[in-house]
Design a binder for this molecule. Structure first.
Ligand code: NAD
Length: 290
């Protein structure tokens, strides 16, 4: 049984390594051949093209690409062997996947690059229940078995993932406004944060995720602003497609776009916090762990 794996970036790189560790026979491809060096030394086979990678994928072809544009470019070039399944783990759009009439699951992930490395990703799977059951062991090699969910028919995985990211980015913007305001009004930053965490306004963002910025000035460049803006654009598109007004989401998207224009495509996903820090003339830093 051979798995083809295309897209060996911050996420796909360690995910493919975990498949190798679990004993799967893996053929890999990426436009950057150097991204595969570690995999090949771990026993993976290198394929020179996406088509060659897919042709070798007797059981499953996994894609972990930036977004719909790259998914479309890759899947437009490949033919899957008979009986093989395509599992797209990219954060992408249902209508892109729909163009390719092959057995498929959409299975985007949460958990950041460190979850990909640790093999503890959360995975949200859309598609037929039978395909999900059949391929669950492969997903378990990359994710936390307790947090791999079959969330509905084709496309549901993408939708759940986009809603998660939209809410997290919204938390980031709202929390940053609050922290910046409170500090400017004279409250100690760590006192304000711990008070919020102990209140009904608590969130995982305030409790955990914000600490990288507050303690180390780390805006998390393992998830690039270009990808964050792609996710927000796709999430707002969902609102448009289903006819739901999403004023707040559209505003968060614009704030992210401003951050991307200011700090660049490769800046970390938490860079919008820098916009507020600059505007207000405060650095949101608490120093070391408390
Ligand atoms: P990345 O940019 O680090 O990796 C993408 C990889 O795809 C790169 O190695 C690139 O060379 C390769 N690639 C691009 N176009 C290609 C093509 N046409 N053919 C072959 N290879 C190609 O991105 P990432 O951070 O690994 O994210 C991958 C996906 O996972 C995205 O959809 C992202 O939104 C999602 N995601 C990322 C994170 C994170 O924390 N980084 C978390 C959850 C989900």
């Amino acid at each position: 049984m051979t798995i083809g794996f295309i897209g060996l970036g911050n996420m796909g790189g360690p995910m493919a390594r975990n498949l190798l560790k679990a004993g799967y026979d893996v053929t890999v491809h990426d436009t950057r051949q150097e991204a595969a060096a570690g995999h090949v030394s771990q026993g993976a086979t290198w394929a020179d093209s996406a088509a060659a990678c897919a042709a070798a994928a007797s059981d499953v072809l996994i894609t972990m690409l930036p977004g719909p544009r790259q998914v479309e470019a890759v899947m437009g070039q490949v033919t899957l062997p008979p009986g093989a399944t395509w599992i797209d783990m990219s954060t992408s759009a249902p209508e892109t996947a729909r163009r390719f009439q092959v057995p498929k699951l959409d299975a985007p992930v949460s958990g950041m690059a460190r979850g990909a490395q640790a093999g503890t990703l959360q995975i949200f799977v859309g598609g037929p229940a039978e395909l999900y059951q059949r391929h669950r062991p492969i997903l378990e090699a990359m994710g936390d078995p307790e947090r791999i969910f079959h969330v509905g028919p084709e496309g549901a995985g993408y939708t759940v993932k986009l809603m998660i990211n939209l809410l997290w980015f919204t938390h980031l913007v709202a929390s940053t406004e609050v922290l910046t305001m409170g500090v400017k009004a004279g409250v100690d930053l760590e006192t304000l944060r711990t008070s919020l965490v102990a209140s009904p306004a608590a969130s995982t963002f305030l409790e955990r995720d914000v600490l990288g910025v507050l303690r180390e000035g780390d805006y998390d460049d393992s998830f690039a602003m270009a990808l964050a803006c792609k996710d927000l654009g796709l999430a707002v598109d969902v609102g448009r497609d289903v006819g739901v007004p999403v004023e707040l989401s559209a505003l968060v998207e614009q704030i992210y776009r401003r951050g991307r224009a200011r700090y660049g495509d490769l800046a970390g996903e938490m860079s919008p916090m820098r916009l507020y820090e600059e505007l207000a003339g405060v650095e949101l830093r608490t120093g070391g762990a408390r």
